[in-house]
Design a protein around this ligand. Structure first.
Ligand code: FDA
Length: 497
């Protein structure tokens, strides 16, 4: 409540925040978590907590009156539609030259994401986090993160036979015929549950195509893993629909945190002030960067250094579709959880997930989300006149990503005698180069912070989310975010508390 004093306040309930909360609580510390999004624990009038992918409603978007679907078109026709303005689960945040998709709610990105849980190859780690001891990461913290998240890999025999992964098998066949390695991508979906979905014996989530707006069953979001364990300690409380706006040094030591309580229309209904001995910024790359840039520029945290807001990247995300021949049908029923990727990182700088197009009809399309080695980095800065933090990314900066993805798909198209789909992102537009699902950086480890996430200049303030990672992880990022948080919190508990 207003005026309270807490030992630790965590801003955000995504991967970094959940790791911090669990490990601090296990060390005996009381933790209070602040989350701007909703709790996502109560069914709506249709009996489901989350809306379906193909019928978005107010639950689907963060304070929008119209959907902003990542695939904006189908057969060239726009598919966005009006919805009620509500504190929904997916934020399509328009940051100038890029739309950054993020999860909103208790569980952060784990609520909306594809659950692909990938540990980068050891040989690529030095380029991801150069100041971190890779031996420790691969011997201790990656295994700890994978265990905590409940990561496992699909049963390959089932993959080979089930209808809902026909799209992925077509993706594998085309990759292999062009000489690219196809790799199974581990995930946090409960594969046994998915088998029962496919068999028709339980309510369907992934097999019904649920993704982006939440999975009602089967996906092990943070609510079912780290956050459940954190709550079970009895030492963690969570305030949903509360948004942190300011952190500044308190006169008697510690930090004053100003928090706005929101209603489901996004209106502030109360403003509260809490004092915390320590504050963990875990609001995600964009959330943490925006807060820190504002707090530095407005003088609330004047000692933050010049690295704040820098080193932001999009993990090289770019999407595309290919039109297959009639003999390469990809299936009417497509599991929403991708389970395979095409690895051309070493030769072409691209790792392409074979992604579903869960439209419920046969599209003869193969769809891909590529993660590419894009060297461009943007920075956040404070626009005092507008009173907001801005990002200087430019759409043209996606060109290296397109070039990298083409090293895979130009070759496959030429081998198969096929073409790119031009109807998914507009009319005659091949590349989905307007968005990212994987924002990273803005408070980079060993630059804006020390080598464990302690912010320079203000003892007791920490960063523990994706903003620590300088723009690219070579694969999907949440396992690396979790493993780095596990490493950093262990050090912080041992030396700072
Ligand atoms: P994260 O974004 O998870 O959490 C931050 C939390 O802080 C949010 O809940 C937010 O609401 C809250 N917050 C922000 N500002 C606040 C404030 N001022 N006050 C209070 N709360 C605040 N990755 C992957 O590895 N595999 C995958 O398959 C996918 N797929 C995927 C699909 C889609 C559609 C998206 C949007 C993202 C993915 N990702 C993914 C990316 C992955 O989800 C992402 O990298 C992590 O969630 C980032 O974790 P963090 O802990 O950094 O922040």
């Amino acid at each position: 409540g207003d005026g309270a004093r807490v030992p630790v306040l965590v801003i955000g309930t995504g991967y970094g925040g959940s790791v911090a909360a669990l490990r601090l609580a296990q060390a005996g510390v009381d933790v209070h978590m602040i989350e701007m999004g909703m709790a996502w624990d109560t069914p709506g009038s249709d009996g489901k907590i989350f809306a379906h992918t193909t019928s978005p409603d107010g639950r689907s978007y963060w304070l929008r009156t119209r959907t902003k679907q990542p695939l904006s078109n189908f057969l060239g026709f726009p598919i966005d539609k009006d919805i009620p303005r509500y504190t929904g689960i997916l934020d399509a945040e328009e940051m100038g030259g890029i739309i950054v998709y993020q999860g909103r709610g208790v569980g952060g990105g784990s609520l909306v994401n594809g659950g692909m849980a990938v540990t980068p190859k050891r040989e690529n780690f030095g380029a991801i986090l150069p100041s971190v001891n890779a031996d420790e990461m691969y011997s201790t913290y990656y295994p700890r993160a994978n265990a905590g998240l409940g990561v496992s890999t699909i049963d390959p025999a089932w993959f080979d036979s089930v209808d809902c992964y026909q799209y992925s098998r077509v993706g594998r066949k085309h990759a292999q015929r062009s000489g690219f390695p196809f790799v199974f991508v581990p995930g946090v979906y409960d594969w046994d549950y998915m088998k029962q979905e496919a068999a028709g014996t339980v309510p369907k989530s992934a097999v019904a195509g649920e993704i982006l707006y939440g999975n009602n069953y089967g996906k092990k979001s943070l609510q079912k893993t780290y956050i459940a364990k954190a709550k079970a300690t009895g030492k963690v409380t969570i305030s949903p629909l509360h948004k942190v706006t300011t952190v500044s040094p308190a006169s008697g030591g510690g930090y004053t945190v100003v928090i706005e309580q929101l209603n489901t229309s996004g209106t502030t209904t109360a403003t509260k002030s809490v004092t915390a001995d320590r504050v963990f910024f875990a609001a995600g790359s964009v959330g943490t960067s925006k807060l820190l840039v504002k707090l530095k520029a407005t003088g609330a945290l004047p000692q933050l250094n010049g690295e704040i807001g820098k080193g932001w990247g999009d993990n090289g995300n770019v999407m595309c579709g290919r039109a297959n021949h009639m003999w390469d049908a990809t299936g009417k029923v497509q599991s929403a959880i991708p389970t395979g990727g095409i690895d051309n990182w070493a030769a072409g700088g691209a790792f392409a997930e074979v992604a579903p197009l869960p439209t419920g009809i046969e599209t003869y399309a193969s769809f891909y989300l590529s993660i590419t080695k894009n060297p461009n980095r943007a920075s956040f800065s404070w626009n005092a006149a507008a009173g907001k933090a801005e990002l200087n990314w430019q759409t043209a900066w996606k060109q290296p990503s397109i070039d990298a993805a083409k090293t895979i798909f130009d070759k496959i198209n030429s081998k198969e005698g096929t073409i790119y789909r031009t109807d998914l992102f507009g009319t005659y537009k091949i590349w989905g180069d307007h968005l990212t699902y994987h924002p990273l950086g803005g408070a980079v480890l060993n630059k804006a912070t020390d080598n464990y996430g302690r912010l320079h200049g203000h003892p007791g303030l920490y960063v523990i989310d994706g903003s620590l990672i300088p723009g690219n992880t070579s694969v999907n990022p949440f396992v690396t975010i979790t493993a780095l948080a596990e490493r950093n919190i262990e050090k912080i508990i041992a030396t700072d508390l």
